[in-house]
Design a protein around this ligand. Structure first.
Ligand SMILES: [Zn+2]
Length: 140
């Protein structure tokens, strides 16, 4: 009995580890928002393509994209083996990303895609500085 329980537990741990990659990027961005006094984001906001962050007031959808999975052209993200398999997967992710961006822009949303490696530096990416400008005048 004890064995079965620990197997289950191990499975749970493995499952949660799988998702941790993107979550840590999201937490990093929250940290950056707080440091810069950016306010008003929502997570798990119901919107096409499930953006990681949504600013309803600014009508802005933010995606934090993992460099490997979304095919960023930065170092350390090229698959070393099984190239064909991975490239296919990455291409289909990129294709999906483009469709989502396009669909949201059609509905007058501003879409910002951030790379995992951009957030690693720990400061607010240039692409998001408009949030500060828009929020600045009446910031408490
Ligand atoms: Zn990157």
């Amino acid at each position: 009995m004890a064995d079965i329980f620990s197997k289950d537990k191990r499975f749970q741990i493995m499952q949660s580890n799988k998702r941790r990659g993107n979550k840590s990027t999201e937490l990093k961005l929250i940290e950056i928002f707080k440091k810069n006094g950016v306010k008003g984001w929502r997570r798990r906001f119901k919107l096409f393509g499930s953006p990681d962050f949504v600013f309803p007031k600014e009508r802005t959808a933010i995606f934090t994209d993992g460099c490997f999975w979304h095919g960023h052209d930065c170092r350390n993200t090229k698959p070393a083996s099984n190239k064909e398999y991975w490239n296919k997967k990455i291409e289909s992710n990129k294709d999906h990303d483009r469709k989502v961006t396009h669909a949201l822009e059609e509905k007058k949303w501003k879409v910002v895609r951030l790379w995992e490696c951009e957030l690693r530096k720990g400061y607010l990416p240039q692409k998001l500085s408009f949030l500060l400008e828009e929020q600045c005048p009446d910031r408490e």
